[in-house]
Design a binder for this molecule. Sequence first.
Ligand code: CU
Length: 113
Amino acid sequence: MSVRTSAVAVTLCVLTVCAAAVRSDAAAARKPVTHTVTVDAARFSPADLTVKVGDSVVWVNKDILAHTATTLKPGFDSQVIQPGKSWRYTVKKKGAFAYTCAFHPMNGIIRVK
Ligand SMILES: [Cu+2]
């Protein structure tokens, strides 16, 4: 193998590693995560959830009662989630969003980093 050939081989190898690193960083930065909050026995679980902007939260109502996920301040409102149904919300801005159920004394918080 000539010196020039091996230099080309090393350069190609380095470029490949760099491209792979950039690709995985970009994927990590862009890929949104879906988080699940189970609603059962008149409780949100987990009640305290930390997410990132762009992620989604799905409230899955496994209870025999209808519930809502409604922020105390402006934020989000699921409206009624019937038993066996779910509601998906895509998080748009940073902050701490305390929420409750419009019908029952239930508490949860979504922290958006
Ligand atoms: Cu409720």
